[in-house]
Design a protein around this ligand. Structure first.
Ligand code: ZN
Ligand code: ZN
Length: 864
């Protein structure tokens, strides 16, 4: 044990955190494959390697680390893997920026190499933050989705799902970002309120209102409501599209709202999802007027090559010239945009790859999973309930997992590789056999690549060791921790893929964390300037303070507003706890700990009871992932119960070298050891530092606290004891007495026969008497308080005389004042609230002060 005079006076988090980070070994957190212990496998979210670990990640990882450390202490064989979800557009864009190129300037392979290089650098930086924050990651289970050993499994899963009919290719309308030049999934469309204009124009004699006149070239029909009298004459007829002159049918559909605009709408391929419905339902033709880059096609005739926006302006101008434009109105509209770049999406009909969505299967698995908090399951149910389109998984990009198929150059037959040949890039290799359809030997490799969610939605299969040969022994995982913003993507896709590939749910439980909002209550964003980066908190207050903030900021699942005050409070708790530690260590050093003695003193038994209750509360909260409740209970016990009440109560005994000092030391040791172990998941550095002064072994190798102590009487009596001490100490303070000044005689009247072994006497420096009878007190009036704001206005110059007269009243009259009083010969009314008698109490002929604490009467006869 370090001598207590060598303990630093203040807690230097920077020094402590750096020191322990250098000493801890990665191996201590490895998952053991052949362990006898129950397993606890975590399907950690693989973050996108942007180079910086943001505060939302930090919150998410704090939650994971709290329960990973807790489960280890509970005897579980924990796997806390760390993945990196590498592929995707943001990295491509960054590479283009950094190298001042576009993806078309270099070969696909060279472009991928640049993306990989940037990603690896970013991963290196983010690993450092993960380590600094003391996350107990199992680095032997790290995975990088762009590495061949990972994307081989993505490709394997693709082939398996293709074979079982879950995956198919088809020409179908999809959401398309013309800036990113790729299809995107329905889940990647972010809706935004935008204001636009509704344009009314003449459509072959029918008035039509549209927000997208540039789609006129893509018009394939005009729809009206079947009951709309205005358009009965058009039934079964054709209309000529203005400007472009092709003819389109008039269709009748119940969905048309006769009160919107003119009640007649044009159907284009495709303005929105409704157009897609109508197009299918009425079996309409397809006119592609906008291409993948958002430019007008040859179908748009003179507008060919313009952007959609340019075309809109040009068409509206032409309509004005031709006197076709009747009026324009402002309109607020919900517009779907690309979630990455915010460009409004187009719906384009393209040959794409799709995953079939079977809502019942997904819901069934979702219901077998335990959701924390429970209401998050509703979000999944709602999302599944509104699925209309299959999941589009092909992307027209480069830095992604290649789709491992070829097409026969001659007959177009789809050719797939042998599973043993994975991973592969079909644009770089050829099948090793001839086309089964026509025997030809020339193939075109698929250039489309997979949606990044196709990689990350098998994370749980990857970490549990899935290789296609069967269901892994450690599948399903025990838990998936993730944010509520990706329930409809990552959680949804993972469930879908697990069911498709294994027939089972992916995890037993899912734990949802909220989002971190800026100090102003808004989502953090560059434009608002409200971004807080973890590194700033780490350098100012350290990892443990940041981790405490994560735990106490909000209930699990709720959004959490960042607040520096919470970080400061966390740091203050460490300072307070460090003072407690120094005091306790000093006492234990003097005495040593005798674990064989019997604890008998009331204060000691009371503390052990409170500790036992705290352990139960914290354990239950940890089991339910309620980190805020757990850490608050630990803080309250350490600060209020142990430091402010217990230590104050037994200080006298500890200084007095009383025979019962050993008992207090044993209690201090038990409480200290328990606090260190309960704090270990939350503040790993601080807990390790405190624990190291008492023990050789790391606190992180200790079992969770199971301490129990049942003594209801000690709890009841100890609560009274500590409350009285607190009140009397307050009385001393309010009376201007030093806390250690002699107080005199304190008598406590309670029917309980409390034996406090002199603790109260010593801590109050008073002669304390416990009595089970009732107090006999005489009340005497000692003073009268006058209310000058009543007396002054009522009596003016006679005020003094009024007060004299009141002072002449008997104590009984003061308690029940007469209606009038004689003032210099005249009876005058006594106004209400003119005065208040002040009392003193006498006990056995001596004047005493009286306190009532939790229904117990305490008298204090102060020493002369
Ligand atoms: Zn985009
Ligand atoms: Zn062929």
């Amino acid at each position: 044990m370090v001598p207590s005079d060598q303990l630093p006076k203040t807690y230097d988090f920077a020094n402590v955190e750096e020191r322990w980070l250098g000493r801890w070994r990665d191996e201590d957190f490895y998952f053991v494959q052949d362990s006898e212990k129950p397993r606890f496998v975590i399907d950690t979210p693989p973050p996108y390697p942007t180079g910086s670990f943001h505060i939302g990640n930090a919150l998410n990882w704090c939650y994971i680390d709290f329960f990973a450390r807790y489960k280890r202490m509970q005897g579980f064989n924990v796997m806390f893997p760390q993945g990196w979800d590498c592929h995707g557009l943001p990295t491509e864009v960054k590479v283009e920026e950094i190298n001042r190129i576009t993806k078309n300037d270099v070969s696909r392979e060279e472009f991928r190499r640049l993306c990989r290089e940037l990603t690896l650098n970013n991963i290196r930086q983010m690993r450092q933050t993960l380590r600094a924050m003391a996350f107990s990651v199992d680095w032997s289970n790290e995975y990088i989705t762009m590495h061949p050993d990972y994307f081989k499994k993505t490709q394997l899963s693709f082939l398996r799902m293709l074979k079982s009919g879950y995956i198919y290719q088809s020409e179908h309308p999809v959401n398309f970002c013309t800036r990113c030049e790729t299809a995107i999934a329905f889940a990647e469309v972010a809706y935004d309120e935008r204001s636009t204009r509704l344009n009314y124009f003449d459509f072959d004699g029918v008035e039509i209102a549209t927000t997208r006149p540039e789609l006129l070239a893509a018009c394939v029909a005009v729809a009206v409501h079947p009951e709309d009298q205005r358009y009965h004459h058009l039934k079964g007829g054709l209309l000529r599209v203005p400007i472009f002159s092709h003819t389109v049918p008039v269709v009748q559909d119940e969905v048309v709202d006769p009160s919107f605009g003119s009640g007649a709408v044009m159907i284009c391929t495709f303005g929105d999802k409704q157009d897609v419905h109508w197009w299918k339902q009425h079996n309409l033709s397809l006119r592609k007027a906008i291409d993948r880059r958002g430019r007008m096609t040859a179908l748009a005739a003179k507008y060919d090559g313009m952007t959609a926006a340019e075309c809109r302006t040009a068409i509206l101008a032409d309509m004005k010239d031709k006197n076709m434009l009747k009026k324009q109105e402002d309109l607020d509209q919900r517009v779907g945009a690309c979630w990455r770049c915010k460009t409004p999406i187009e719906i384009l009909s393209e040959r794409q790859w799709f995953v079939k969505i079977k809502p019942d299967e997904i819901l069934d698995a979702a219901h077998q999973i335990r959701w924390y908090p429970e209401h998050m399951l509703r979000r999944m149910e709602n999302w599944v309930g509104q699925m209309e389109w299959d999941w589009c998984i092909s992307r027209q990009r480069i830095f992604a997992t290649p789709i491992p198929v070829w097409f026969c150059r001659k007959c177009g037959e789809l050719v797939v590789p042998d599973e043993k040949d994975l991973p592969l890039d079909p644009t770089l290799t050829q099948p090793d056999h001839a086309c089964p359809g026509c025997g030809n030997n020339e193939f075109i490799g698929e250039e489309d690549v997979l949606d990044t969610w196709m990689d990350s939605s098998i994370s749980v299969l990857y970490v549990t060791g899935w290789d296609g040969s069967g269901i892994p022994g450690i599948f399903p995982a025990q838990i998936r921790p993730q944010g509520h913003d990706i329930i409809r993507t990552w959680a949804f896709y993972t469930i879908l893929r697990a069911v498709a590939l294994t027939g089972q749910r992916p995890w037993d439980q899912i734990l949802i964390n909220g989002m971190v909002l800026g100090e102003d209550g808004f989502k953090m964003s560059k434009s608002r300037g409200n971004i807080i980066v973890p590194e700033e908190i780490l350098s100012k207050y350290g990892a443990d303070a940041l981790r405490q903030w994560s735990a106490t900021g909000a209930a699990t699942g709720s959004d959490i507003m960042f607040n520096w005050n919470d970080v400061v409070a966390a740091s203050r708790f460490q300072t307070k706890m460090w003072n407690i530690a120094r005091f306790v260590l000093l006492q234990l050093e003097k005495e040593g700990v005798d674990k064989t003695i019997q604890v008998t003193a009331l204060a000691d038994r009371w503390l052990l009871t409170r500790l036992s209750d705290t352990v139960a509360t914290v354990t239950e909260a940890m089991d339910q992932y309620q980190f805020d409740a757990a850490l608050k209970a630990i803080r309250e016990f350490a600060w209020d119960v142990l430091a402010d009440n217990y230590i104050e109560l037994v200080k006298g005994r500890l200084y007095a070298k009383d025979a019962s000092r050993k008992s207090a030391c044993l209690v201090l040791h038990t409480a200290y050891d328990s606090i260190c172990r309960m704090l270990a998941p939350f503040t790993p550095y601080f807990a390790e530092e405190c624990y190291s002064y008492l023990n050789e072994e790391s606190v992180h190798r200790q079992p969770w606290v199971t301490f129990t102590y049942d003594d209801p009487q000690a709890l009841l009596e100890g609560d009274i004891l500590t409350k009285i001490v607190a009140e009397v100490r307050k009385f001393k303070h309010d009376s201007g007495l030093a806390l250690n000044a002699p107080l005199g005689r304190v008598t406590i009247y309670t029917p309980l026969a409390i034996l406090d072994e002199g603790d109260m006497s010593r801590t109050l420096n008073a002669d304390v008497h416990w009595r089970t009878d009732s107090a006999r007190l005489d009340r005497v009036v000692t003073d009268i308080g006058f209310n000058r704001s009543v007396v002054g206005p009522a009596f003016k110059k006679q005020s003094q005389a009024f007060m004299e007269a009141v002072r002449m009243l008997t104590p009984e009259q003061l308690l029940d004042p007469p209606a009038t009083i004689n003032l210099e010969g005249t009876e005058v009314a006594v106004p209400e609230n003119a005065f208040t008698p002040r009392f003193s109490y006498m006990e056995g002929g001596a004047r005493v002060d009286v306190l009532s604490v939790a229904g117990v009467i305490v008298t204090i006869q102060r020493s002369a």
